[in-house]
Write a protein that binds this ligand. Structure first.
Ligand SMILES: NC(=O)c1ccc[n+]([C@@H]2O[C@H](COP(=O)([O-])OP(=O)(O)OC[C@H]3O[C@@H](n4cnc5c(N)ncnc54)[C@H](O)[C@@H]3O)[C@@H](O)[C@H]2O)c1
Length: 672
């Protein structure tokens, strides 16, 4: 298809005449979402789902589409409107290939297409980017309509999106966000897992995960860095400040959207990583894309290979094609020493294919999800109990185990596993409690990212160099407390190109604090103005950050003043970013740890070399980090108090309310 044909197709939105049904849905290389459950939908609900879907189409097509959509609902448990999937290639294109009146809107189209591209998306035909449920849109009509709105809107309009549904273009002004996104925002009482199943089937809400529904996912690279930092620091906890993963064994599971990063991170950190994955297509995809080096099915051979790698202090990643519980039990039985263990199955979504039971083969389990959900649940619960028992045995032998924010501990507890101490707290820490929280988030360090809209690798290389230079300059005068974070990031960015991290758009990530993010962004903006970088850049971040996410089982699990169960920070972040210059903002229910368990938000900010862009980035990035610093310091986290004081010293307009620390003896004397 030529660029012109692509543009014409995009501009037409929902076609007036019905396009032919695509015939490549069954292509062997495409991974599909499992059939969704319909058992909590009444006949009246199914009729409502159908009427809701037909709202997007001219009545002349209703007779044909009603039948087709009713079949889709039965077959997939959702109405994806598969007929309307465009037949142009889905991928991030250079910004100027998108028809547009607003350059900001064109950058958003690039990000949307990247989130749906075959190289990036987990279930591309079901519009799911990662995490099993992480949707960009609920159906292809929403995609088509959104792209048409973006292609025709100006900088005097804002597109409003309710869970993938484009509500419309509303008059605004050039300083306003171009797009405001909410995903899965429910009345709290209707925010349990089964509610998602019902209301998503009705077509009125979606699970946007964190970055899928906000168009900010950039493939596993986005998470490789955080994972590298996590395993490196886990290693330092075991063997001292300057230790790497060299000669150590890290075991976890999942070669999916985010979890796939674990394999690469083990290699970057210098150790041996074994990652179990039940879905062979996923193993093969990750091997092809270079995220994991070797595939093994035979446990004895895998262990022999591992031993050799450890003896040689080799940095290597090994995929075990099989169930993680089978692997753990084998290692326990054969007395294999493991240094660090974790888990990254999609346990935030345990009943719909996020976690596969060990008792039956993968294909059989996939069918059972919809055919016998009760049995599936029982098998998953049994598997989780076996999983925990094996972990306990390894921990008794000295392994450090941490929860990787996938709700492992919570689901294990709900399944009846022996996972809690006497006081009700979990036996194992989460990676945020021990590592990410005190070492990164409380100092303001989080997953800053950017995408070069030229789609040109040469621009990305220049941004890497600029970012490294800025960080080195900051490190010259930075306090001791953040030297290690800065050094880790300088090494990361200097090696980024060699580590071949790009999948999809020309994107990069590094962990930076407010000062780092602002200085790097300003330097990019200067380089665009001077023509050194050839096109605008999208700035953004993962929602898994200092300020964007309230999640008591993950990002805010190292908040101990009771406020970890509130969501003011994430909501304030979304609102504050929107009036300080974000190009788009998003607020989600349910990413990462499950529907109802988290509120998270993010932003995208397009910089084009202008003074306006500099003003926006300066204000917005400062708030985007310091909102969380202020909250974390109010929660008495000492690293955040340090950072809050430093931020105030750097900016006289910043006044943060600081906590006074009560004496524990006094409190214990008064309340016994
Ligand atoms: N990487 C991070 O930094 C990070 C941070 C926070 C949370 N998480 C969480 O990690 C989880 C995984 O994220 P994802 O995007 O990779 O999800 P995903 O669904 O794309 O990948 C999970 C993979 O686990 C596999 N799997 C499921 N059960 C298995 C089993 N019993 N044995 C072996 N493999 C099994 C699945 O086939 C799938 O490929 C999510 O819950 C996410 O919220 C990741």
């Amino acid at each position: 298809m030529t660029i012109k044909e692509f543009q014409t197709d995009l501009l037409q939105g929902i076609p007036q005449e019905l396009p032919p049904y695509p015939n490549d849905d069954n292509a062997a290389s495409i991974s599909h979402a499992p059939r969704r459950r319909l058992d909590n939908l009444t006949t009246a609900d199914k009729k409502l789902a159908l009427k809701n879907a037909l709202r997007y189409f001219d009545e002349k097509h209703h007779a044909t589409l009603a039948k087709e959509f009713a079949e889709e609902l039965e077959q997939y448990g959702r109405i994806y409107m598969k007929r309307f999937r465009p037949n142009y290639e889905m991928k991030a294109r250079p910004i100027n290939e998108y028809p547009h009146q607003s350059q900001q809107a064109a950058a958003i189209m690039l990000m949307i297409q990247n989130n749906l591209s075959y190289a990036v998306a987990q279930h591309p035909h079901e519009l799911i980017t990662y995490g099993g449920n992480g949707s960009v849109f609920q159906n292809w009509a929403q995609y088509r309509l959104t792209m048409q709105y973006l292609a025709t809107m100006t900088d005097e309009q804002t597109l409003v999106m309710y869970s993938g549904h484009p509500l419309g273009l509303f008059p605004s002004h050039k300083e306003a966000p171009r797009v405001v996104i909410t995903n899965g925002m429910m009345i709290p009482q209707f925010s349990e897992d089964h509610h998602w199943n019902k209301f998503n089937a009705l077509g009125v809400t979606q699970y946007g995960q964190m970055t899928a529904g906000s168009f900010m996912y950039i493939g596993p690279q986005g998470i490789v860095h955080g994972t590298t930092i996590t395993v490196l620091n886990a290693s330092r906890m075991l063997s001292g400040k300057n230790a790497s993963l060299k000669g150590k064994l890290f075991i976890s599971s999942g070669l999916g959207g985010m979890s796939g990063a674990q394999a690469k991170a083990s290699v970057i950190a210098g150790g041996v990583g074994i990652i179990a994955e039940v879905n062979e297509k996923q193993v093969d995809k990750m091997i092809t894309q270079g995220w994991v080096k070797e595939k093994h099915k035979d446990l004895a051979a895998l262990v022999a290979r591992t031993q050799k790698a450890i003896d040689n202090k080799e940095a290597v990643s090994l995929a075990y094609h099989g169930n993680i519980v089978a692997l753990w039990e084998y290692l326990v039985e054969n007395n294999i020493k493991v240094d660090i263990g974790s888990d990254q199955t999609s346990l935030h979504n345990p009943w719909q294919g996020g976690y596969y039971p060990v008792q039956i083969p993968f294909a059989e389990a996939e069918k059972m999800i919809s055919e016998d959900p009760k049995k599936f649940k029982t098998l998953v619960e049994e598997t989780l109990c076996r999983h925990v028992n094996a972990i306990h045995k390894m921990a008794e032998r000295g392994m450090y185990f941490f929860d990787y924010g996938n709700a492992f501990l919570k689901q294990a507890k709900d399944a009846g596993a022996n996972i809690c101490k006497e006081d009700g707290s979990f036996i194992y820490p989460s990676y945020v409690q021990d590592i990410m929280g005190p070492m990164c988030f409380d100092y303001g360090f989080g997953p800053f990212r950017w995408v070069c809209c030229s789609n040109n690798a040469a621009d990305l290389k220049k941004t890497d160099e600029i970012a490294a230079k800025v960080l080195k300059e900051i490190a010259k005068t930075a306090p001791e407390e953040i030297q290690q974070q800065l050094n880790d990031n300088i090494i990361w960015i200097e090696q980024a190109l060699d580590n071949e991290l790009v999948v999809g758009s020309q994107a990069r990530i590094l962990y930076a604090d407010a000062e780092g993010r602002i200085k790097i962004a300003k330097a990019f903006n200067d380089a665009i103005r001077e023509g050194y970088i050839s096109a605008p850049i999208v700035l953004g971040r993962d929602h898994h950050d200092v300020s964007g996410t309230d999640s008591p089982y993950r990002e805010t699990s190292n908040i101990y003043d009771g406020s970890q169960f509130t969501a003011d920070m994430a909501v304030q972040n979304f609102v504050g970013d929107s009036f300080r210059g974000a190009t788009w903002v998003s607020l989600h229910n349910g990413g990462g740890v499950g529907w109802g368990n988290v509120i998270n938000g993010g932003f995208g900010l397009v910089i084009d070399g202008s003074q306006d862009a500099e003003n926006r980035l300066t204000q917005m990035l400062h708030w985007d980090v310091n909102n969380g610093i202020a909250r974390r310091s109010w929660a008495r986290n000492k690293e955040a108090v340090f950072t809050a004081k430093r931020a105030m010293a750097q900016n006289p307009n910043l006044k943060i309310t600081l906590p006074n620390i009560a004496d524990d003896d006094l409190v214990n004397e008064v309340i016994s």
